[in-house]
Design a protein. Structure first.
Length: 337
């Protein structure tokens, strides 16, 4: 198994999950040698091999995929404001880097590649979402153009993963610990919430079940950013006071996990959707009379019409996170001393 971006939140969770299984070797490819060294010391498992490199460099990816059966592609630029200021950097990593992973995997006979997507790729308004949408398109194009390929390329798409690197929950906790009010862009803004474990479950399903070009979309509950901040304030027993800072570059009021166009073709498996690739070719004349009127009758699956979590439900979800429990335990210890 190769995990690109393996020192990130998803990657580290995936590595630990794999080490609990009968896996011969897990390769971690990332640019961050310091995080690789920290992982090496914490995990202490000889089955993990560390490769320093960047998915932007094809030769590095080609070397890293030799002898690999499966690739989980998590390497990405994913900070929305940063990508707004440097959109070409997002293209180089999220689009061209993903292309390198697919082509190297194909050349080395990798059996499957699962790419990590985001809700921001649906009706994208920011450079990060646009580049991730193109990543999905690159995977689907591979499926269309290489129907007999031995390498299955699929994607998984999530909303916000709680306590992942760069997410708002650890930021809010740090602010509360420092005695500051949480900085909220717009309290009515809604976002999906899901755990890292749920996201890894879907990746494993994709490795087992995906057909080339598939997109698997994890369903999730949603909440307002204001209620999320209020839930954390209640958990940490501080007044629910918010510092409103305004919407940042490239942010939406609501995120969409699945578009109506995708849902027309999607299969509903309860906890997730499977969206197969549209495998029609470029000879559109034969499809001229095959429009689908159902598209107009289906609503997008977005964070405004998804199941809305209230403050008690958000708290119930937050305390399932090991990181939140650790922060609460540390707080109790500090108060006791």
């Amino acid at each position: 198994m190769l995990i690109t971006g393996g020192t990130g939140s998803f990657g580290q969770t995936m590595v630990r999950r794999l080490l609990d299984r009968d896996v011969a070797e897990v390769r971690v490819l990332s640019r961050d040698e310091a995080k690789q060294d920290a992982m090496r010391r914490v995990l202490g498992d000889d089955r993990v091999r560390y490769h320093v490199g960047d998915v932007r460099d094809y030769d590095t990816v080609l070397r890293s995929t030799r002898g690999v059966d499966h690739v989980f592609h998590a390497a990405a630029l994913k900070q929305v404001p940063s990508c707004e200021f440097f959109p070409l950097e997002a293209v180089r990593t999220n689009v061209l880097g993903s292309t390198n992973v697919i082509e190297a995997a194909e050349r080395n006979g990798v059996r499957s590649v699962v790419m990590l997507g985001t809700d921001k790729a649906v009706y994208p308004v920011n450079a990060m979402g646009m580049s991730k949408a193109l990543m999905e398109k690159v995977g689907q194009a591979h499926a269309r153009n290489n129907p007999d390929s031995a390498t299955t390329v699929s994607s998984v798409r999530y909303g916000n993963v709680m306590f992942s690197r760069g997410s708002v929950i650890p930021l809010f906790i740090e602010q509360l610990k420092a005695g500051r009010a949480p900085t909220v862009t717009n309290p009515a803004m809604t976002r999906f919430l899901m755990s890292l474990q749920d996201s890894v479950d879907l990746v494993e399903h994709a490795f087992r079940e995906a057909r080339s070009g598939d997109i698997f979309i994890r369903k999730a509950g949603a909440c307002t950013v204001g209620d999320l901040a209020a839930a954390l304030c209640q958990l940490f027993d501080v007044p629910a006071k918010l510092d409103l800072i305004g919407v940042r570059h490239g942010e939406k009021m609501h995120e969409t996990l699945a578009s109506r166009e995708e849902l027309v073709r999607a299969e509903d498996f309860g906890d997730f959707f499977r969206v197969p690739v549209d495998d029609r070719d470029l000879n559109y004349a034969r499809y001229v009379s095959e429009g689908d009127p159902a598209t107009a009758e289906i609503a997008d699956f977005n964070s405004a019409n998804a199941t809305q979590l209230d403050v008690p439900q958000i708290i119930e979800l937050l305390v399932t996170l090991p990181e939140v429990r650790a922060e609460l335990a540390a707080r109790e210890l500090a108060l006791a001393s």
